[in-house]
Design a protein around this ligand. Structure first.
Ligand code: DQA
Length: 171
């Protein structure tokens, strides 16, 4: 399967027009296979289900937010997306998949845009093989959530929503 793009945009009037009214959700290689990929590690929830839940949470924020969701198996596409959609967003939630462990390009893109970013992993990378313990992304993000399954994405979004309310976007 090639790159998947999903824009979970609501049709609510007034939602989706302003800069900073969306959270960019990025998922890296192989996360399009969630639901069937190693369910004992990653669970049975699909990426579409995760994205739909995020869209619901975002829409119930006050003021409401949209989710711009991009999944790609290609590092360069993720870099391009961070450069184009990152700067106008209210925050970024990223599960870089295996790129977590070696993509300096992704790390540099996140550092360059300087938008509040939360790194999410479904599994507890620190309790798995040693090569997963190190994240090259972690030093340039606000925080990392690992091991909480799909809840990690929701918790990340709730944090971004709460900090948008308290500091006007933290950008
Ligand atoms: C992952 C952990 C990574 O080590 C792995 O390569 C993934 C998924 C996670 O969500 O637990 O693809 O990011």
């Amino acid at each position: 399967m090639s790159a998947q793009y999903g824009s979970f945009v609501t049709n609510e009037p007034g939602v989706g027009q302003l800069e900073g009214d969306y959270v960019l959700v990025l998922n890296g290689p192989n996360l399009n296979l969630l639901g069937t990929r190693e369910p004992s590690v990653y669970g049975r929830t699909t990426l579409a289900e995760i994205a739909a839940e995020l869209a619901t949470v975002a829409l119930s924020a006050d003021p409401p937010l949209r989710i711009e969701h991009v999944q790609s198996n290609h590092e360069g596409h993720l870099v391009d997306t961070i450069q184009t959609l990152g700067p106008g967003s209210a925050g970024i939630i990223i599960n870089p998949g295996a790129l977590t462990h070696y993509s300096i390009a992704l790390r540099d893109a996140l550092a360059a845009v300087g938008i509040s970013t939360i790194e999410v992993h479904l599994s507890n990378i620190h309790a798995r093989e040693e090569f997963r313990h190190h994240s090259v992304i972690a030093p340039v993000v606000l925080g990392q959530i690992a091991g909480l399954g799909p809840d990690g994405y929701r918790l990340a979004l709730q944090h971004l929503i709460a900090s948008r309310l308290s500091d006007g976007g933290n950008r």
